[in-house]
Design a binder for this molecule. Sequence first.
Ligand SMILES: NC(=O)c1ccc[n+]([C@@H]2O[C@H](COP(=O)([O-])OP(=O)(O)OC[C@H]3O[C@@H](n4cnc5c(N)ncnc54)[C@H](OP(=O)(O)O)[C@@H]3O)[C@@H](O)[C@H]2O)c1
Length: 267
Amino acid sequence: MPEQHKVVLVTGGSSGLGKAICGHLAAKGHTVYGTTRKVSEQPINYRLIVMDLGDDASVRHAIHEVISTSGRIDTVVNNAGLGIQGATEDLLPEQATALFDTNVIGAHRVVRAVLPQMRKQSSGLIINITSLAANFGLPYRGFYSASKAALERYTETLSMEVKPFGIHAVTLQPGEYKTNIGSNRIRPAVIGEAYKAGYGRAMELLGGSLHYSRDPVEVARLVERIMGTPRPKTVYYAAHGKQRLAVLLKKLLPGRFFQRLMMLEYK
Ligand SMILES: NC(=O)c1ccc[n+]([C@@H]2O[C@H](COP(=O)([O-])OP(=O)(O)OC[C@H]3O[C@@H](n4cnc5c(N)ncnc54)[C@H](OP(=O)(O)O)[C@@H]3O)[C@@H](O)[C@H]2O)c1
């Protein structure tokens, strides 16, 4: 058992980053619940429970299950999320709405369901997994950047509102990690002729970047570190090299210059 045993809920515990976070924290002796829309097989050291982020009742039911089984809930990692690709003009409003409903409103549903318990405990930690993409508009992934930027600003406000109750809310921005996110991305039904070449090049680059995608366990270790910090920072980065540098350049460079660099990267 770790010195400070915690009850942790990780949304999207069936795959990728969430699975790594669940496995790692459970191995460290915490009580971990991961969520999925459909339980196909129970992992060895943590429990998967059903939660559909798009359904308020499903979210409330899952949170109730954690609290009634473990008596409390110390840490929530809002990790479940979707990707999207496509030229902005090609993507339908319904597709963008579906993305925001999972990546932003889904996290909000979870937050609303856990806060009454955390306020009762006078403690709690909410870690919202955003992305480095929150810092800039990525070509052909604009709605993804927009959804993660929205979750950043949402968390910034939330953090100030819940601090008086002894609750911390922070974001964690990963760079590229090896997960299933690529296969689950929302895609345009029709790729417009005008964007075919640019979109194709961007997707080639994205596919190629899998080579340097990193092991999700790095993110899991960072989550563990945040949980052990009495006064956490507002934003954490899990990124290296060129990806981490881009965040710094975005802050320092004039906008047009930064966009030129980004377009050079995307040829
Ligand atoms: N991988 C990266 O390089 C990277 C980089 C930056 C940020 N991120 C962020 O990290 C988070 C995890 O992504 P990942 O890369 O690990 O992707 P992943 O392997 O595709 O896993 C996504 C998880 O989210 C769950 N999920 C998706 N839609 C859901 C919904 N409507 N309701 C409930 N659960 C839902 C899935 O659960 P079920 O399908 O089992 O229901 C799955 O467990 C996402 O927020 C993503 O944006 C990833």
